[in-house]
Design a protein around this ligand. Structure first.
Ligand code: NOJ
Length: 763
């Protein structure tokens, strides 16, 4: 064979092989690389930039998608994916345009904000975290993935893992609370739940860990606001959940809107490349948040062209909505401000994601109209959602054991949240179908059945001020009653007088939290407080159901109302789940994953605080020259980890298997927990550690373990926590992850305030 003939045959063979490897679902790196090499060799610069573009979908009408703006973009190879389109037919049509009409036929990736379920909506993430039930949270993500994928979605913008210690920030609702250890555990199981067994099956979808990074630390709790913190705090208090997501193999990350060290996260090379890819070995792709490249102009960094080049150079791969990559990178390349290698790297990462999802082998892998009919909002999924919801409610107070109520007698259900379907699922439930969900009144009524009467009166609007109410009842959730607040209240009071007990469904509307829903006053609006006061004045027992997407200030309520159940937003099955707990079919077991402050003035407030040089007894009143307030104790109203049950638990026999440790040792910390009440229930046992002597100041306590156990009346269990040297580590000043010799205090208890402790010395 002549040399050139040999060369040609070899090339033909390579091309043939790479074509074959694209049609395989194999995940061997060599085959994936061969597939992507073969595609990239054919791509024009425009087509490459198209893969980096994630445009807004707009309103897609089935049957007319090809004439829409997005349809044209796809056909021209100018979109790498589309997001937040609901319905398998629409998605199929868009995919058909990509595969059949674009020159190279590269399939699209379809994303959606499937944050806490699809049509079967689970409790908001903050609520889910209060279950501390990682197995259940993993199942919720699995179910969400199954339903979303049955409708054509292969990529979810979840988990949202931003640590938040400022409840003014509305997006506290979307995360797992204030603690990095618990947050990391939840991030891990959510990624695993979504991605299943490595994206092989058509019900496994790619996770997107967001918002990288520190979005929850916005100054003053104002959404999109500046973040500024030391690297030590980033690594010790905020980064763990993102890292856990990367370690669990999340296929993608989303950058945040905020600054990190003065540079927008989207264009922060230290963050996206050095930390995420360098330190954590993340090998997926990074997408921006919505238009965040364009927003860099407002941050004072530069115009769209400058910002896009900077974002690409930082290691960001895909541009959501800004049209910065597709619109300006060609010019930046020509001007020498970026190079082709940077573009190719980003394109390769996006194509790799599509390959890993199996879209090259079968662009219609997630398109199955039958699955959409049979796998969404099923009985089984709803049962699971209802069960998990019961685990998320936190019983804050239960004076005189008012709860559980008996299923009988005359029950008045009142309050602005009592009879609204649209407000049940909670914020960021893009695929929810509220018409299918029950209201609180319906849930209570169904549970009581013919044994009693359940009557309803609204009692008040959310706010007396219609403008405030309008701000929190957007997206079709309006529920204003035109009557005066006095008239509404009078009606409810009359109803309460005629009943044996009052259930007051109050608090926030679903859109009082979530994106762009920050509040300076996080207490119950005045008109609702007046209603509560009037209901209490009737002398009837009042049970308050607090709907909420954040920690609220409930100082007045906790002094006045005998029973308070924090129900957050419990998802599509919330009404039945509330009835399950209110009537005692299930004992409440949720525990707070955020600190409930006494007043807004205490914010930011979190249990893992540093000691200061002048510490003061947290519950004591003012003392001059100690770290405190003139007008308030430092302690919160309800601490992190707190939650009551219908039974009681006692903790005894706290022990450590040793008091000295050296590298490689494990000490066992144990405690006996006994159900001392009369109902079976779950208890969440918590382990905290303090590093007493360290090279930098360490928190008074940090959660390092938790266990959810179930005990029958009189039953006990010994709960053991292995304390490894790893658990004693922190990031030192040089950002090395180290366990420093010295004393550590090991604490176990039912919440972050009620702890027994003993010390270990690490040699
Ligand atoms: C903006 C939000 O910040 C983000 O969480 C979401 O995933 C995107 N929009 C896409 O909807």
């Amino acid at each position: 064979m002549k040399p050139h003939t040999f060369l040609l045959s070899a090339i033909a063979l390579i091309l043939a092989l790479s074509a074959v490897s694209c049609s395989k679902t194999s995940q061997s790196d060599a085959e994936m690389n061969a597939c992507i090499d073969s595609i990239m060799a054919k791509m024009t610069l425009d087509e490459k930039l198209g893969q980096l573009n994630l445009p807004a979908a707009g309103d897609i009408v089935t049957g007319k998608a090809s004439q829409s703006n997005i349809g044209r973009l796809i056909a021209e190879g100018k979109a790498g994916g589309v997001f937040n389109v609901k319905g398998v037919e629409k998605i199929k049509e868009l995919q058909r345009i990509a595969v059949e009409e674009s020159r190279l036929g590269i399939p699209l990736i379809f994303g959606m904000d499937v944050i806490h379920g699809y049509e079967t909506v689970f409790p908001i993430p903050l609520a889910l975290s209060c279950s501390w039930d990682t197995a259940a949270i993993r199942r919720s993500a699995r179910i969400a993935a199954t339903e979303a994928s049955a409708c054509g979605i292969c990529w979810t913008f979840s988990p949202m893992v931003d640590i938040c210690r400022d409840p003014r920030w509305g997006r506290m609702a979307e995360g797992s609370g204030e603690d990095p250890f618990l947050g990391a555990a939840i991030a891990r199981v959510m990624v695993e739940g979504y991605q299943g067994d490595g994206l092989k099956k058509n019900d496994e979808i790619m996770a997107c860990v967001k918002h990288f990074a520190l979005y929850g630390a916005a100054e003053a709790g104002r959404d999109y606001n500046t973040v500024d913190m030391s690297r030590q705090r980033m690594f010790n208090d905020y980064f763990a959940p993102y890292k856990a997501g990367a370690d669990a193999g999340a296929g993608s990350f989303m950058t945040s809107f905020n600054l990190v060290d003065g540079i927008p996260a989207t264009a922060n090379r230290w963050l996206v490349t050095d930390v995420l890819r360098g330190m954590w070995n993340f090998d997926g792709f990074v997408v921006t948040d919505y238009a965040s490249i364009a927003e860099m102009r407002q941050h004072g960094i530069g115009d769209l062209k400058v910002s896009s080049a900077m974002a690409l150079a930082a290691g960001t791969d895909m541009d959501m909505v800004a049209d910065g990559f597709s619109g300006t990178l060609a010019q930046s390349l020509e001007e020498g401000n970026i190079d082709m290698g940077q573009i190719d790297t980003a394109v390769r990462r996006v194509l790799e994601a599509k390959y890993k999802l199996g879209l090259f082998a079968d662009p219609y892998k997630y398109i199955d109209a039958k699955r959409e009919q049979t796998e969404v909002y099923t009985e089984a999924n709803r049962t699971e959602a209802r069960r998990i919801a019961t685990e998320t409610f936190v019983l804050l107070k239960n004076e005189g054991n008012i709860l559980p109520l008996r299923k009988g007698g005359r029950i008045a259900v009142v309050g602005p949240l009592a009879d609204t379907r649209a407000n049940m699922p909670g914020t960021w439930s893009v695929a929810a179908v509220p018409e299918k969900y029950k209201t609180v009144v319906e849930g209570i009524r169904d549970a009581v059945g013919p044994r009693g009467t359940v009557t309803y009166a609204k009692g008040s609007n959310l706010y007396a001020d219609p403008a405030l109410e309008a701000a929190v009842t957007v997206f079709g959730r309006q529920m204003r009653d035109p009557r005066s607040e006095e008239a509404l209240r009078a009606e409810a009071v009359a109803l309460a007088r005629s009943c044996d007990v009052v259930i007051a469904a109050m608090g926030e509307a679903s859109e009082s939290s979530g994106e762009a829903a920050s509040r300076t006053d996080i207490s119950l609006p005045d008109t609702q407080k007046k209603l509560l006061e009037a209901l209490l004045a009737t002398g009837k027992p009042v049970v308050m159901l607090n709907f909420s997407g954040r920690a609220n200030v409930m100082t007045w309520e906790s002094a006045q109302v005998p029973a308070i159940l924090n129900v957050w937003f419990g998802g599509s099955e919330a009404a039945d789940a509330i009835a399950d707990v209110v009537f005692g079919d299930v004992s409440p077991s949720g525990k707070l994953t955020i600190t409930m402050p006494r007043s807004v003035g205490q914010i930011p407030i979190y249990y893992s605080q540093l000691n200061t040089g002048r510490p003061k007894n947290n519950d004591a009143q003012f003392e001059k020259y100690l770290s405190g307030y003139i007008d308030s104790p430092n302690s919160p109203l309800y601490p992190f980890g707190y939650g009551l049950s219908y039974t009681t638990f006692s903790y005894s026999d706290f022990a450590l298997s040793a008091h000295d440790m050296k590298s490689g040792d494990t000490v066992t910390a144990s405690v006996r927990v006994t159900n001392t009440g009369s109902r079976e229930a779950d208890e969440i046992v918590q382990l905290y550690i303090r590093d007493i002597e360290a090279s930098t100041s360490r928190p008074l306590k940090e959660l390092k373990g938790f266990r959810r156990i179930h005990l029958k009346p009189g039953e006990n269990a010994t709960v053991e926590f292995p304390v490894t040297v790893d658990l004693l580590k922190h990031y030192n000043y040089e950002l090395e992850y180290v366990a420093e010799p010295g004393e550590f205090s090991i604490m176990i208890g039912p919440d972050s305030r009620t702890l027994r402790s003993a010390t270990i010395t690490l040699h």
